[in-house]
Design a protein around this ligand. Structure first.
Ligand code: HOZ
Length: 419
């Protein structure tokens, strides 16, 4: 496969953008080689500047559950272009979207729209602190909640990919407000609350981890977090940036039947356009300005393009529940026969092939993966026309646009990986 035009663009980009990319994992640092510069997406396929075609299992890191350019999203965007792209003033569609989110996530009695998953997590954290009057947060090793200062402690995603333990530029005092514990380890959480329960504002958790690769919650883990938060009057925050409207229409909280106090949602609520949301119990959310003293704001919050696109997609998903059965089935097929020496984790249509034979239940076990072997596999797949996340510590995503033939082609290529 020829990547020469992408290589030239990367060189040009490096002169003006750090690493040539606007988000670190895209630079392919951990797998080597040149990231294809994408010119177009259609259905489950992406096309690059060199004319290469890929079956895409990244899907803009999750939100493209209907594939690239679904017709109802394009129609909604065309409609909005006729009326305006940003007002910085309230619009009716924002209410429609907030209601659509609340209907799917009943725990989100009130919703605030923001622009990115980072902003949603950061705001939820501030609200938890403001509401409880406490400062400490519990998070889990290998989970990633955006590039929020105090949450970049033992974080997954790009930090795990690049081997950055904790980001520079985060004042020690901020990092000290975070207690980082092993995922799926309820005993460690109980112990932390016994020691410092009166100071802990919240537990922030990916209810299915996606940022150390896909790691499901152990049985009773989420229920246990719920019980501990209730006992100590701390807030339970589910970061459903990856899992919301993905592992089920009602997200991980719907799938596992555990109700958090607050939830962060990401780009999927904008049909892939830049938007996010956070919300939770009414008694908590009414503390947000202008009804309360916890400040959070933004000109592009609830911007009409992303709101219209998101609304169109969520309405489609609500009226087509079969999408979830279909993508789960296809992902089962994809994960059924992994290459030798690989452990597959899957929840719904999220999956990761870990290059280790041991079960992956937390960040320590995820890090037993042979990342060199993963890199070889990644390039084997890429040159076979299959686009996976360029990191062992990210999840893959199926879309409704993937056909059985696409999946069969992917399985065949994976099976042929030289062992
Ligand atoms: N760290 C993001 C996913 N967990 C990837 C962001 C991107 O490169 O777009």
């Amino acid at each position: 496969m020829d990547f020469s035009k992408s290589a030239a663009l990367l060189e040009r980009a490096r002169q003006v953008i750090p690493g040539g990319v606007n988000s670190p994992v895209r630079a392919f640092r951990s797998v080597g080689g040149t990231p294809p510069f994408i010119v177009r997406g259609e259905g489950c396929r992406m096309y690059d500047v060199d004319g290469n075609e890929f079956i895409d299992y990244v899907g803009s890191w999750g939100p493209l559950i209907l594939g690239h350019r679904p017709p109802m999203v394009l129609d909604a965007l065309r409609e909005i272009l006729e009326v305006g792209t940003s007002f910085g003033a309230p619009t009716e569609r924002e209410i429609d979207l907030a209601e659509a989110i609340r209907d799917a996530f009943p725990s989100m009695e009130m919703v605030r729209l923001v622009n990115s998953g980072t902003e949603a997590a950061m705001s939820a954290l501030r609200v938890a602190r403001g509401f409880t009057g406490r400062n400490l947060t519990i998070k889990f090793e290998g989970c990633y909640h955006g590039h929020v200062d105090s949450l970049l402690v033992k974080a997954g995603s790009g930090l795990a990919t690049l081997g950055i333990a904790d980001s520079a530029g985060v004042p020690e005092a901020f990092a000290a407000t975070t207690i980082s514990l092993p995922y799926n380890n309820l005993a460690a959480v109980e112990q932390a609350f016994v020691e410092r329960g009166g100071d802990i504002a919240c537990i922030m958790v990916e209810p299915v981890a996606g940022n150390m690769g896909c790691v499901p919650p152990a049985p009773k883990f989420l229920e246990g977090l719920r019980a501990i938060c209730t006992k100590y009057r701390a807030l339970l925050i589910f970061d459903e940036v990856m899992t919301g409207f993905r592992v089920a229409f009602g997200g991980a909280q719907g799938r596992f039947g555990v109700k958090p106090d607050m939830t962060a949602l990401g780009k999927i609520v904008g049909g892939g356009l830049p938007i996010a949301a956070y919300g939770g119990k009414r008694e908590v959310m009414t503390h947000v300005a202008p009804t309360g003293p916890i400040y959070q704001a933004g000109t592009l919050s609830g911007n009409p393009m992303a709101v219209a696109a998101g609304l169109a997609m969520l309405r489609y998903l609500k009226s087509h529940p079969e999408v979830y059965e279909q993508i789960e089935l296809r992902t089962q097929e994809l994960c059924a026969t992994p290459p030798a020496g690989v452990t597959v984790n899957r929840v719904g249509s999220m999956f990761t092939f870990f290059f280790t034979e041991q079960p992956i239940t937390d960040y320590d076990s995820a890090r037993t993966s042979n990342t060199q072997r993963f890199a070889q596999f990644f390039h084997w797949m890429l040159t076979g026309g299959i686009y996976l996340a360029p990191s062992q510590f990210e999840a893959g995503f199926m879309s409704a646009a993937h056909t059985p033939e696409d999946v069969a082609k992917t399985v065949e290529r994976a099976k042929a990986f030289p062992g």
